[in-house]
Design a protein around this ligand. Structure first.
Ligand SMILES: Cc1cc2nc3c(=O)[nH]c(=O)nc-3n(C[C@H](O)[C@H](O)[C@H](O)COP(=O)(O)OP(=O)(O)OC[C@H]3O[C@@H](n4cnc5c(N)ncnc54)[C@H](O)[C@@H]3O)c2cc1C
Length: 396
């Protein structure tokens, strides 16, 4: 085992640090744009493109740097510490990895260079009103019609699809009823397509959501939306297997963003605790009832970071998606729980100031809390660990 960052991670972290330094004088202004005006931070996206960070997961032959998911994970943590992670950065990278691992040569040649150059943003559309935690229950249906699929159905909570050039759409090409009639498993008959959100068969309706800032959520109505067959990722009906090449990186990158957020909250809380004096000369940071909760979070951060890096390492080495999933799930649960704890303890340290938008802590409580629920809930992770690592029976 080697616990040091390798060269690729070092390069990606350096690139991210440069972006942070460039925007440091204007961080307050950027936070206002994102948190108060709910705008997508285009200039940050462009700066990440220039720094080559969108190309981390894209091999050199397709115009990327090929540094890998571990490197992007390390960079996302740096960006998270400065509050500069946007959901579309994570979504685009995870979708690109799915194209890389499962797409045809033609698809890779058309999509990956665009992603590497920062010219293509990709949203992710899995959740439906009746299918969240139970992804196999989706009913959005893609019917083959010559050279295109015609897609009908509804997706919900889809982040950033208004800004995106494509969406990785998870749909059925065999209905649940037909699967049952044919005695086929429920994981069969799913297909992944790259949808153009501007297709006339697509209608977006914004949702009044909180939790992810700088990327709004939408319900997506699909009424015969056309997707060329050549924009299918992987084999027809076999999308469930390919899907894990995007869900695992999503969990890993979400964990990295949470680790960055935890570091931001610790920085904020410790700075305040060093400066704030309430009784006499000692700052409140000298009181152990203030120190210890923050020290516990600091220890938790090392644990969450190591779990996150192990998961990214396993993905980059091409380990079995089921094994990567174990690591990704454990990292995500640990990092998300820690982020909520860190936000709560930062608020505790700041007292009333913890509720002032000016200190930029209360806003992160919502983001941290969201990470316990999305992209996958902690209950579903605990179910997975109980079933697959502890071999306990499944009740649902
Ligand atoms: C801000 C935001 C952004 C999002 N962005 C996207 C996106 O871009 N793309 C996308 O596809 N989706 C997105 N989602 C959806 C997100 O992934 C789902 O909300 C999440 O997976 C949970 O699904 P659900 O909301 O349907 O909850 P449900 O599946 O209805 O679950 C409700 C509760 O029941 C619990 N539960 C359910 N089954 C079990 C069980 N067997 N055992 C124990 N507990 C159980 C769950 O853990 C949860 O606490 C987003 C959600 C939010 C809030």
């Amino acid at each position: 085992m080697d616990f040091a960052y390798d060269d690729a991670q070092g390069m990606a972290r350096q690139a991210a640090e440069q972006v942070v330094r460039r925007f440091q004088p204007r961080l307050d202004e950027i936070w206002d744009e994102v948190f108060q005006h709910h705008r997508f931070p285009t200039e940050i996206w462009d700066a990440l493109s220039e720094a080559g960070l969108h190309g981390c997961v894209v091999p050199e032959e397709y115009g990327g740097t090929g540094l890998g998911l571990s490197a992007l994970t390390a960079a996302v943590e740096v960006l998270g510490r400065a509050g500069l992670v946007n959901a579309l950065v994570i979504l685009t990278a995870m979708d690109a990895l799915c194209v890389l691992r499962n797409g045809s040569d033609d698809l890779k040649g058309r999509i990956l260079p665009e992603v590497a150059a920062g010219r293509m943003k990709i949203a992710f559309a899995l959740t439906e009103p009746d299918a969240g935690s139970n992804a196999f229950r989706i009913s959005t249906f893609a019917r083959r019609d010559g050279d295109v699929y015609r897609v009908t159905g509804q997706k919900t909570y889809i982040s950033g699809i208004d800004e995106a050039d494509r969406a990785l759409l998870v749909c059925r090409t065999i209905s649940a009823d037909d699967l049952k009639a044919q005695g086929l498993p429920k994981a069969y008959g799913m297909t992944l397509l790259l949808l153009d959100p501007k297709d006339p068969g697509v209608t977006l309706r914004p949702m009044p959501m909180r939790g992810i800032e700088g990327a709004r959520q939408f319900t997506v109505h699909l009424d015969g939306a056309a997707v060329p067959v050549c924009d299918r990722i992987g084999e027809e009906h076999q999308g469930a297997v390919a899907l894990f090449n995007t869900l695992n990186p999503e969990r890993i990158l979400a964990s990295a963003a949470a680790c960055g957020m935890v570091q931001y909250l610790l920085d904020r809380a410790c700075r305040y605790a060093r400066e704030r004096s309430v009784f006499g000369k000692s700052p409140i940071g000298a009181y152990q009832s203030v120190q210890h909760p923050l020290a516990e979070v600091r220890i938790g951060l090392d644990a969450a970071r190591l779990l996150t890096q192990r998961a990214a390492w396993a993905f980059d080495r091409g380990l079995d998606p089921h094994e990567v999933g174990q690591y990704a799930n454990m990292a995500k649960l640990t990092a998300a729980d820690l982020a909520v704890q860190a936000a709560d303890r930062a608020i505790e340290t700041l007292g009333g100031a913890g509720f002032s938008e000016e200190y930029r802590v209360i806003q992160l409580w919502e983001t941290a809390r969201l990470l316990k629920t999305a992209p996958v809930t902690r209950e579903l992770i605990l179910n997975f660990v109980a079933e697959h690592l502890l071999e306990l029976p499944r009740s649902y």
